[in-house]
Design a protein. Structure first.
Length: 133
């Protein structure tokens, strides 16, 4: 589970084969945080709160318990596996406006650790590595 590449804390630009992965709400009201940034910079579409839009991938994280987020993360991981030609830059999903902790969110992404085209935040990876020690 050693990883040397992580997503950046601040993703300024993307190549054509890179995707910005962010936390959203199911309604796709991308008004704040990483969702607003995704809409302004990378083509996230207002009103689309789940899945791929523009150069983005939205995962709903607001308005519920962490277990309700799990199916959306699993859906994302399956999408990333099906698209090895793309690189996915995952933000610290759920740890901003949604107010979840790294300890709550990181385990949802454990299956993505083995995917070379998914870059997770360093704090997610560190949490997962510590949990496995």
């Amino acid at each position: 589970m050693s990883r040397t590449r992580f997503s950046s804390e601040r993703i300024e630009s993307l190549r054509a084969d890179e995707i910005f992965v962010f936390g959203s709400n199911r309604q796709g009201w991308h008004g704040g945080g990483a969702a607003a940034y995704a809409r302004q910079r990378f083509g996230a579409v207002w009103g689309e709160g789940v899945g791929r839009t523009g150069q983005c991938y939205a995962i709903p994280t607001t308005g519920g318990v962490v277990e309700n987020i799990r199916p959306y993360v699993e859906q994302f991981i399956a999408y990333a596996e099906a698209h090895p030609e793309l690189t996915f830059w995952v933000t610290a999903i759920g740890c901003g406006i949604a107010r979840h902790t790294v300890a709550e969110m990181a385990p949802l992404f454990a299956e993505a650790l083995d995917l070379p085209n998914v870059l997770l935040p360093q704090r997610f990876v560190e949490h997962l590595q510590q949990a496995n020690e």
